[in-house]
Design a protein. Structure first.
Length: 546
């Protein structure tokens, strides 16, 4: 099965093309003209074979003239009622006309003779002889008997080609089986001897790939010979047979010439790549030392080093691309510009959110809104910052859930950072209770402070304090404020503080009325001490308030 064209064969054909190709340039030097002036010429052809070349002028281009002459010769060749022996040359003072009986075929002038470097009458005789031979060959190739014989040859060639493919498949299958029996085990032994430095599977894969390449080369060669022979049997397909090899060689030759012409530009690109790489490595080394604290810059935070390096790297790469663009082979072509424009439009339309997230990521870095390990709140999400990327930020919630937030969302949201001042000044935790007007505010304040003292993990300095938030319709709302230096413990500390508040108010028989009530109950809604440990609650010795 054909999988890929062997590269080695293509390279050999490309290198051989300058030797095999003998195509004449469409512009030729005319001997005797001033300063070797070049004039455009075009070939006159019949059945794809070039008979001679004619020159054109501005009003009548060479290609148009050659097509007209070729059409008249083809029409004459198709008319078997006129014998090729009736061709004759009629000479005039300034031209030589060739007629087939009374039918005019072509006119040759002195300019055509100068192109060929011959006398005009001699050029006319040679052109007439070539037309005679071409017409005879044209008619002979279309003879029914010749076509029948050629068809038989084509059928025989098709059968031989089918046999060739069958035999080739059979040979390679047998050869594959032989190689599998003889060499696969040896490859495994070689892997063991080399202490797995040589991988048997890779070596075996390379061998199998080599066999496939040889098979593909054989199939391509056989297919080319078969098609070339069959197509050359018929006059209508003979030009295709003659041009088959050039279909492959012409692109390869063009690519080879383009590569050779681009060598200076490629050398410039290579030097630019080396210089850019060296510059980036040097700058990266500097910013890494800044990030590690080895080098300190005034007013520059170490965590800014790597993001700043990425910005500098992007700037240098963009500058390098701008410098390299004119030297890229094919950059001046319309196709290259069209593809570049298309890719630019696609990127601009499809990467708006991508670019927005990247810019937001760098903006947050320099704003110092939070750092790794900080506990923050973004909209409804609260968690510890575990990773900051260019596009997204990862949070781990107190429930051990990972939340991935786009940086653009964070930039456009209110961010609460619990860790920014926690170590220096402490985060203030606060909770509110509603107590009736009949309870002295000093007693309530003392009980709330007592609950704070019973809660481990809270800071003693600064001390807790109580605020009377409001005088409500049914109760006074008191707010207890305590300090905490561990933002990760906030949920646990809130829970422990609330439990201790319940215990203290139950101890002193004070009813908590939050949020509100409609009437005074007959009995205060408190839990007597003797009921604190009702089943299934544990006893006092096992009670371990957080």
């Amino acid at each position: 099965m054909m999988r890929r064209v062997p590269v080695l064969g293509l390279i050999v054909l490309m290198l051989a093309f300058p030797v095999l190709s003998g195509a004449q340039s469409p512009k030729e030097r005319i001997p005797g003209t001033e300063e070797g002036q070049a004039f455009e010429t075009a070939p006159v052809k019949l059945d794809g074979k070039e008979l001679f070349r004619v020159r054109g002028v501005t009003a009548y281009p060479a290609e148009t003239r050659a097509k007209a002459i070729s059409g008249r010769i083809r029409a004459f060749a198709s008319d078997e009622t006129v014998s090729p022996q009736l061709l004759r040359v009629v000479e005039s003072a300034d031209r030589s006309d060739i007629y087939a009986g009374e039918r005019h075929l072509l006119t040759l002038v002195d300019a055509d003779a100068r192109v060929a470097g011959l006398e005009r009458h001699l050029l006319a005789e040679i052109a007439m002889a070539k037309v005679v031979d071409a017409v005879k060959a044209y008619r002979r190739d279309r003879d029914p008997g010749v076509l029948l014989n050629n068809t038989l040859y084509a059928l025989v060639a098709t059968a031989l080609f089918a046999v060739f493919l069958f035999v080739l498949r059979w040979v390679f299958r047998r050869f594959d089986a032989l190689v599998d029996r003889r060499l696969k085990a040896k490859f495994k032994g070689l892997q063991t001897v080399s202490h797995h430095f040589i991988q048997a599977e890779q070596l075996w894969g390379a061998l199998r790939q080599g066999l496939r390449t040889v098979r593909v080369v054989c199939i391509l060669a056989g297919t080319y010979l078969y098609l070339n022979f069959v197509l050359s049997l018929y006059p209508w397909t003979r030009p295709s047979a003659e041009g088959m090899l050039s279909l492959l060689l012409d692109p390869l030759s063009a690519m080879g010439k383009a590569v050779l012409a681009s060598v200076p530009d490629l050398a410039f690109l290579a030097v630019l790549a080396v210089v850019t790489r060296f510059l980036l490595r040097s700058i990266r080394l500097f910013f890494v030392t800044v990030a590690q604290g080895t080098v300190k810059l005034s007013g520059f935070e170490p965590e800014w080093a790597l993001p700043t390096f990425k910005i500098v790297r992007l700037t240098i790469l963009a500058f390098a691309v701008v410098m390299a663009y004119p030297y890229i082979p094919g950059s001046s072509s319309g196709a290259f510009k069209g593809v570049s424009l298309f890719l630019g439009v696609i990127l601009s339309l499809g990467s708006s959110s991508f670019i927005a997230n990247i810019i937001a990521g760098y903006t947050m870095t320099y704003r110092r809104a939070f750092r790794l390990g900080d506990r923050i709140k973004v909209d409804d999400y609260t968690g510890d910052v575990v990773e900051i990327r260019n596009l997204v930020t990862h949070l781990r919630t107190p429930k051990n859930e990972e939340v991935v937030l786009p940086n653009s969302v964070i930039l456009n949201s209110h961010v609460v950072n619990y860790s920014a001042l926690a170590k220096k000044q402490g985060v203030i935790l606060h909770t509110t209770v509603g107590i009736g007007y009949e309870t002295p505010w000093r007693q309530v304040e003392a009980m709330l402070l007592m609950a704070a003292e019973r809660t481990p993990g809270l800071m003693r300095e600064p001390p807790p304090f109580v605020l009377a938030k409001s005088l409500g319709d049914f109760a006074v709302n008191y707010e207890l404020n305590v300090h905490c230096d561990d933002p990760a413990a906030i949920p646990r500390l809130y829970s422990a503080l609330h439990l201790n508040i319940l215990d203290v108010f139950n101890e002193y028989g004070i009813q908590i009325m939050t949020p509100a009530y409609e009437g005074d109950p007959e009995l205060a809604k408190v839990v007597p001490r003797e009921q604190w440990y009702q089943a299934p609650a544990k006893g006092p010795s096992d009670d371990k308030p957080a």
